[in-house]
Design a protein around this ligand. Structure first.
Ligand code: NAX
Length: 324
């Protein structure tokens, strides 16, 4: 059966790296996909050009492409919604201004999702501030279970995997039990304490405690800024890749492997209920589950608490603006 994937901000740079892979079957394999692309009116002409290129790929798996500036049209009957488009922080913009601008976008999109999305909808928010944008959208779609709203920390997870694999000189594919906790921001906590490669503890292989605190954690947390400095533009292909992996694993499952996803807290690990925070998760039967019962050391708990405090502040600021 044809799967409908809605993508917002489709004419942007992540959109350009995302759409061709979605059309080629990166999430649903051989099942045909219909892409519903949402943009603001000034970006629709550019989006038409992207659609011409999609046509010119003649993908066997691409059943249809529709473009629109109306969220209700974009989300109608959607199986998945990738919310990539967001208002970037402009010069001189305060955090409250940013939250307000994005709050307007994500409350309208949440409402539209609640009204018209398919009954099995899965929402992945990539647009920043991703965790809080997901919370705003979820709040405005009370008829969709909160667990169907998630935010992207898979890019942070993949960045951490790459750093660990390079330092331990092991293939990326052998590393398990890595986790990103908290907010998709510089306060996030990339946690390698339980990571293993081929059954061995990665930190034992690396055998350099200072490296974790002085190199690994800041490199992962600041990677987005390093890419902007080098490329003159923010991460796009890697963000698109992570968005696809997040949705693909949510649909198909992780066979017991941990992945990092920002999902609504039920109070796990001291994260206040309702905050959309990153946790180690597994997916089975189309449902994500937070990995429970882990013993968290003092250093890790302090780092988790600090990132979660930032999320709680964003929630308060959003409430103060009347967006929740
Ligand atoms: P671009 O500025 O290239 O594209 C964003 C697109 O969104 C634009 O075409 C714009 O017209 C559109 N847009 C704005 N408001 C919209 C609305 N109300 N409805 C539909 N479309 C709308 O940004 P890009 O580099 O593609 O990044 C998109 C978002 O991803 C940004 O918020 C960015 O901060 C965020 N990122 C998140 C990452 C993550 O790991 N969670 C990593 C990469 C990226 O920084």
């Amino acid at each position: 059966m044809t799967k409908t994937i809605a993508v917002t901000g489709a004419a942007g740079q992540i959109g350009y790296a995302l759409l061709f892979r979605l059309a080629a079957g990166a999430v649903y394999g051989d099942e045909p996909v219909r892409l519903r692309l949402l943009e603001i009116p000034p970006a629709l002409p550019a989006l038409e050009g992207v659609v011409m290129e999609l046509d010119d790929c003649a993908f066997n798996t691409l059943a249809a492409v529709d473009i629109t500036d109306d969220p209700r049209t974009a989300f109608d009957g959607a199986d998945a919604a990738l919310l990539v488009g967001a208002r970037p922080r402009a010069k001189g913009m305060e955090r409250a201004d940013l939250l307000e601008a994005n709050g307007a976008i994500f409350s309208a999109q949440g409402k539209a999702l609640g009204e018209v999305a398919g009954s099995d909808i899965r929402v992945v928010v990539t647009g920043n501030p991703a965790n809080t944008n997901a919370l705003i959208a979820s709040t405005h779609a009370p008829d969709i279970p909160a667990a169907r709203f998630t935010a992207l920390t898979r890019l942070d997870h993949n960045r951490a995997l790459a750093q660990l694999a390079a330092r331990a000189q092991v293939p990326v594919s052998t590393i398990e039990h890595l986790a990103i906790w908290g907010n998709h921001s510089a306060s996030q906590y990339p946690d390698a304490t339980r990571a293993t490669a081929g059954g061995r503890r990665v930190l034992d292989i690396i055998d350099d405690e200072a490296w974790v605190r002085e190199h690994f954690i800041p490199t992962v947390a600041q990677r987005g800024a390093a890419i902007i400095a080098a490329r003159g533009a923010s991460s796009a292909a890697s963000a698109a890749n992570a968005t696809i992996e997040h949705l693909r694993d949510w649909v198909h499952g992780t066979s017991g492997q941990w992945v990092s996803m920002a999902v609504p807290s039920n109070g796990e690990y001291g994260v206040p209920e309702g905050l959309i925070s990153s946790f180690p998760c597994t997916v089975a039967g189309g449902e994500h589950r937070i990995v429970e019962g882990l013993e968290i050391d003092t250093f890790s708990q302090a780092r988790i608490d600090a990132s979660v405090a930032e999320l709680a502040e964003e929630r308060e600021a959003t409430r103060a603006l009347g967006l929740l």
